[in-house]
Ligand binder design. Structure first.
Ligand code: NAP
Length: 324
């Protein structure tokens, strides 16, 4: 078990920025990265709206720059998944990963959100066989193919536009007759000759054969008409769910699972802070997540500073630190 001042759970823009701030404040900081450093930004190809990059920047590059910047000030990275946390006995908090265990004076939760699934027959069975939630990761495999995108928000249209770099045709299937996406993205998508739209329709089933997606079963929600649409791939962009299950009700969430924080990014547990998409279901931008990570870190730094004389030396054996 290792003792640190700050454990940051999650390595998206919120987590990497939080770590930059706590490390720069000379607090020993470990980021538990999760599956992929950068979180959702690492699966985004073009980021056009992160200030400081007038030509845009690709998501993995932005994530790597943030990682390197935090590392420059001493952040350490544990490329692992959190398996368990114990916030019940107060600080220091136990945070377990698959291979390590930390005793942290404070925790900043920036574990973000994961792509929502459709939850229909044929979806799980065909992941990696034509069903995908990441255009950046899988678009290349659909060169010259006909594919569908499910969803009507910014993600659906942004990824549909990107996928036309590879696919011959991209059909956006949306459950209503108006899109949720911004006007700017709608304008770009409507102007793209490779993008088509099917409105008022849901996908009831993804049909595969010989280990490859062949078609989607569509149902028009207004007329009830059902039909099969042949397709080589199904990209699902229907929103995200916060990754709060790991906290096992120790952190108070809203009914959707978003962790509730006050105006200083404090959770219900004294010493545990949260920022980014684990609590924010409104703005959900890389830049707002980064800002929230910075804010949560500033509050954590202050919180630790107020308790400086009570904090155990980091080089003291862990058992003594726990008992005292
Ligand atoms: P979103 O805005 O929540 O949109 C989800 C879309 O999926 C909606 O059109 C919704 O339909 C549809 N949907 C939800 N559940 C469905 C289901 N079970 N079956 C079929 N369709 C379903 O999610 P998002 O597009 O991922 O965007 C998330 C946030 O990130 C937003 O705040 C967005 O502005 C932001 N974002 C911004 C950019 C950018 O600035 N360039 C890019 C990507 C994302 P309804 O419309 O009927 O609800």
């Amino acid at each position: 078990m290792e003792k640190v001042r700050v454990v940051v759970i999650g390595s998206g823009p919120a987590g990497l920025t939080a770590a930059l701030y706590t490390s720069r404040a000379q607090l020993s900081t470990v980021v538990i990265t999760g599956m992929q450093i950068g979180g959702q930004i690492a699966t985004t190809h073009d980021v056009d709206n992160f200030p400081g990059f007038p030509e845009g920047v690709n998501g993995p590059e932005l994530a790597e720059r943030m990682r390197a910047q935090a590392e420059r000030f001493g952040t350490r990275f544990d490329y692992d998944l959190v398996t368990d946390v114990d916030f019940t006995t107060g600080t220091p908090f136990r945070v377990k990963t698959q291979n390590n265990e930390y005793l942290a004076d404070s925790v900043i939760v920036t574990i973000g959100a994961s792509p929502r699934k459709l939850g229909i027959p044929g979806e799980d069975e065909n992941i990696g066989r034509g069903v995908s939630y990441c255009a950046t990761c899988d678009g290349y495999f659909f060169r010259g193919k006909d594919i569908v995108v499910v969803g009507g928000g910014d993600s659906a249209l942004q990824e549909a536009i990107f996928l036309t770099k590879f696919a011959s045709s991209v059909t956006v299937i949306h459950r209503r007759d108006t899109l949720r996406a911004s006007v700017a993205l709608q304008t770009r998508a409507f102007a793209n000759p490779r993008i088509h739209f099917i409105y008022d329709s849901v996908v009831d089933e993804i049909k595969g054969e010989d280990g490859q997606v062949q078609a989607v079963a569509l149902r028009n929600v207004k007329t009830g008409e059902v039909s099969d649409k042949p397709t080589d791939g199904v990209f699902v962009f229907i929103g995200y769910d916060p990754n709060s299950v790991i906290f096992n009700s120790q952190l108070i969430t809203d009914p959707q699972g978003y962790v509730i924080v006050d105006d200083r990014f404090r959770t219900n547990i004294d010493g545990v802070f949260a920022g980014g998409e684990i609590h924010d279901n409104i703005f959900r931008q890389a830049i707002t997540a980064a800002g929230q990570g910075a804010s949560a870190a500033l509050v954590a730094v202050n919180w630790l500073g107020e308790r400086e004389d009570q904090l155990q030396p980091l080089d003291e054996p862990v058992e003594a630190a726990v008992e005292s």
